[in-house]
Design a protein around this ligand. Structure first.
Ligand code: SF4
Ligand code: SF4
Length: 137
């Protein structure tokens, strides 16, 4: 019958129109309920990073950069600072997949707007306690 598909579609729409669902929230008074795997701001765990550089090589948009130094008397490198320039991030997950140390993650923070462009980049500096006894990582 002509229009059968249309009627069926309208029936489904009609049925869902009166369903009670929390689809609309009064943001910012009310915060949305986010899915567990929601990709908000990219987070970084400094103490987990082994300064391997896999993430910076993997990122297609050059969002990530790091400053490293050679550990005295060793071939190892230590991380001095880590920068995430979030304005170019497309939340593709490639860096997280590439990281062997689980140092990167997506947080649920979605309020990422800044007044100045220069404030968008997040810089993590080496915590002084990491250079204590046996802390050269
Ligand atoms: S999520 Fe994608 S674009 Fe964003 S920093 Fe990671 S690799 Fe780069
Ligand atoms: S891939 Fe992970 S461990 Fe390696 S430099 Fe990046 S954040 Fe650090």
């Amino acid at each position: 019958m002509l229009g059968k598909g249309l009627l069926k579609g309208m029936g489904i729409t009609f049925k869902h129109t009166f369903e009670k669902k929390d689809l609309v929230v009064q943001y910012p008074e009310q915060m949305p309920r986010l899915q567990e795997r929601y990709r908000g701001s990219l987070g970084f765990r400094f103490e987990k990073c082994i300064a391997c550089g896999m993430c910076t090589r993997t990122c297609p948009n050059r969002v990530l950069s790091m400053e490293t130094a050679q550990v005295e008397g060793s071939k190892k490198k230590k991380l001095l600072s880590y920068t995430i320039d979030l304005q170019y991030c497309m939340f593709c997950n490639l860096c997280i997949e590439a990281c062997p140390a689980n140092a990167l993650y997506f947080s649920h923070d979605f309020e990422l707007s800044k007044y100045n462009r220069s404030d968008i980049a997040v810089v993590y500096h080496r915590p002084p306690e990491m250079d204590g006894e046996g802390g050269d990582k």
